[in-house]
Design a protein around this ligand. Structure first.
Ligand code: LLP
Length: 463
C-alpha cells in the first residue's frame, strides 16, 4: 500500500511534497466504484444514493454517525465466494468482521457457513437459526463454558489452538458422549505482508501450534489418540488484508506436507484443510484486491498440485473470508462539524463520530477514503484529516484525503469500506453511543443493529 507524495493544487503547497497521500482525484465528485458498495451512485442532484435511497433521507431517518450496509451487495459477495469455491469446498464467513442476526440469516440463505470465535458470536448464530453443523468455533482461549455450549449445540467443528485445548475439548466431548469434529490450527511460519498486529502465522505470537519444530505433528498424534475427538483436518490463517497470494501458497504447501507426514505415520488421510481468511479489500483507489474466483483457483491449484506430488487424495478446502465479504458493503455516514484550517499544514474536519466507530486508523494506521456525499462541489480540493470528537489526538478516521474546499458544517461525508471491523470493534469511549447498522436494499432501509442510547449506558451502570 505505498502511497506517493504528489504535488497538487495551490492550497497547502508547502506540505504537499512530504505527505503520504495520493494526488486528489481529477474530479472529487466521481465515486471510485472500487471502494464503494455496488448499488452506490449519485442521483441527479449530486447526492450519494445506496440501494436507491439518498443519504440525506437516510441521515434524516436514522441520524449520524451510522453504518449503511448494502444488503444486495453483501448477498452477491456471499454468492460469488460460494460459486468460486464450488460444491467441493466450504466458505465460512468470519463473523468477527461484523455479525448480527440479519447477517446470519443472509449467510444461511446464500449457502455460507460461519466462523465464530466467542460465546457471544455463537449465541447470535444459533439464535438466528443457523444449523450448528454449519458453524466453526475458533479462539486461542475458549472457556470451558464456551466449549461446553459449542459441543452441546453440535457445532460442525472446533478449531483446536493448543495442547491444553486438545485435552479439554476431548474431555468435554466424552462427558457429553459425543465425538467432536475438530481441526488443529497450525502456524506455518509465513510472515504475511501486513500490519504486525494482524499477521498471525509467524511463530512468535499467541495463535496455533507451530509446524516447524514438530509440535503440530505431536498435536495430531494426541488428537488421534483421544476418543472424544474426530480429527477432520488442519487449519491455517496467515493474517489479514493480504493481496499477495504467495503467502497462501506457502501455507497451503506446508499444510499439505503435514497431511503427508500424518498419512506416513498414522496411515490416516485427513479429509479437510482450512486456509483461513485474510484476503484484502480496496480501502483506497490504490488497493487492488483479487476476485474470489482468482483466489479460489490459486488455492485449489496449489493444493491439488501439492497433493498429487505427495500422492495424497485432495482434501476438501475451506476458507474463512470476513473482510472480503462485508468490508466493501458498508460506509459510515458522518455529519461535518467543526472545520479547522491549520495554515501550512492541513484542514482538520471534525465529524460526529470517530475512533469509537472506527478504531482501525488509530490501531493499525489503516488508510481510508472519504467523499462529500450530500452534494457535489466544483470547489478546488483541500487536503484534510478527518477526525472524530473524542478526547484524544490520535482520534483520526481518515489520515490524509482531499475534500472540496467549500466543505461546510452540516455537510454529510462518508467513509467507504467500513463494513468489516468497524461496528464489531466499536467502543463506548467517552460514553459515545455506538452507531446503528442500517441495511439498505431495493429502496428500503431497515435497522439491523439499533443505535445505542444513553439509557443503554445507564442500564449497565448499576451504581
Ligand atoms: N479466520 C480466522 C481464524 C481469523 O482469525 C480471521 C481474522 C479470519 C478468518 C477473517 O479474516 P479476514 O478475512 O476478515 O481478514 N481487526 C483486524 C483484523 C483482525 C482479524 C482477526 N482474525 C482489522 O481490523 O483489520
Amino acid at each position: 500500500m505505498s502511497r506517493s507524495a504528489h504535488p497538487a493544487g495551490p492550497r497547502h503547497a508547502d506540505v504537499l511534497t512530504e505527505g503520504h497521500y495520493s494526488a486528489p482525484a481529477a474530479d472529487l465528485n466521481v465515486l471510485d466504484e472500487k471502494v464503494w458498495s455496488r448499488t452506490v451512485t449519485r442521483d441527479a442532484d449530486g447526492a450519494l444514493t445506496v440501494g436507491g435511497i439518498a443519504v440525506a433521507r437516510l441521515a434524516e431517518e436514522f441520524g449520524t454517525p451510522a453504518y449503511f450496509l448494502d444488503e444486495s451487495d453483501f448477498r452477491a459477495r456471499c454468492r460469488a465466494w460460494a460459486d468460486a469455491f464450488g460444491p467441493d469446498a466450504d466458505v465460512f464467513y468470519a463473523g468477527k468482521a461484523f455479525l448480527s442476526r440479519a447477517v446470519v440469516r443472509w449467510l444461511k440463505e446464500e449457502g455460507l457457513n460461519l466462523d465464530v470465535c466467542s460465546g457471544g458470536e455463537l449465541t447470535t448464530a444459533l439464535d438466528a437459526g443457523l444449523p450448528a453443523e454449519r458453524i466453526a468455533f475458533h479462539g486461542n482461549n475458549k472457556t470451558v463454558a464456551e466449549i461446553e455450549r459449542a459441543v452441546e449445540a453440535g457445532v460442525g467443528r472446533i478449531v483446536l489452538d493448543s495442547f491444553q485445548e486438545i485435552v479439554r475439548v476431548a474431555h468435554i466431548a466424552q462427558r457429553h458422549g459425543v465425538r467432536q469434529r475438530v481441526q488443529i490450527r497450525v502456524t506455518v511460519g509465513v510472515e504475511a505482508h501486513t500490519h504486525e498486529f494482524i499477521a498471525t502465522a509467524h511463530e512468535d505470537q499467541k495463535f496455533g501450534i507451530a509446524l516447524a519444530d514438530g509440535q503440530a505433528a505431536e498435536a495430531v498424534r494426541r488428537a488421534l489418540s483421544l476418543d472424544g475427538l474426530e480429527l477432520i483436518g488442519v487449519h491455517s490463517h496467515i493474517g489479514s488484508q493480504i493481496f499477495d497470494m504467495a503467502g497462501f501458497e506457502v501455507s497451503a504447501r506446508r499444510v499439505v506436507q503435514l497431511l503427508a507426514e500424518v498419512r506416513d505415520e498414522h496411515g490416516v488421510e485427513l479429509p479437510e484443510i482450512d486456509l483461513g481468511g485474510g484476503l484484502g479489500i480496496a480501502y483506497t483507489s490504490e488497493d487492488d484486491p483479487r476476485e474470489p474466483h482468482e483466489i479460489a483457483k490459486a488455492l485449489s491449484d496449489i493444493v491439488t498440485r501439492e497433493c498429487e506430488a505427495a500422492k495424497l487424495r485432495t482434501p476438501r478446502i475451506s476458507v474463512e473470508p470476513g473482510r472480503a465479504i462485508v468490508g466493501p458493503t458498508a460506509f459510515t455516514l458522518y455529519e461535518v462539524g467543526t472545520i479547522k484550517p491549520l495554515e501550512g499544514l492541513r484542514t482538520y474536519v471534525s465529524v460526529d463520530g470517530g475512533m469509537s466507530d472506527n478504531i482501525r486508523t488509530a490501531l493499525y494506521d489503516a488508510e481510508y477514503s472519504v467523499a462529500l456525499v450530500s452534494r457535489t462541489s466544483d470547489a478546488e480540493p483541500m487536503l484534510v484529516r478527518v477526525v472524530g470528537k473524542h478526547c484524544e489526538s490520535g482520534d483520526i478516521v481518515v489520515k490524509d484525503a482531499f475534500l472540496p474546499a467549500d466543505l461546510a458544517p452540516g455537510d454529510l461525508i462518508a467513509v467507504p469500506a467500513t463494513g468489516a471491523y468497524c461496528r464489531s470493534m466499536a467502543s463506548n469511549y467517552n460514553h459515545a453511543l455506538r452507531p446503528p447498522v442500517v441495511a439498505v436494499r431495493d429502496g428500503e432501509a431497515r435497522v439491523i443493529v439499533r443505535r445505542e442510547t444513553e439509557e443503554d449506558l445507564l442500564r449497565l451502570d448499576v451504581g
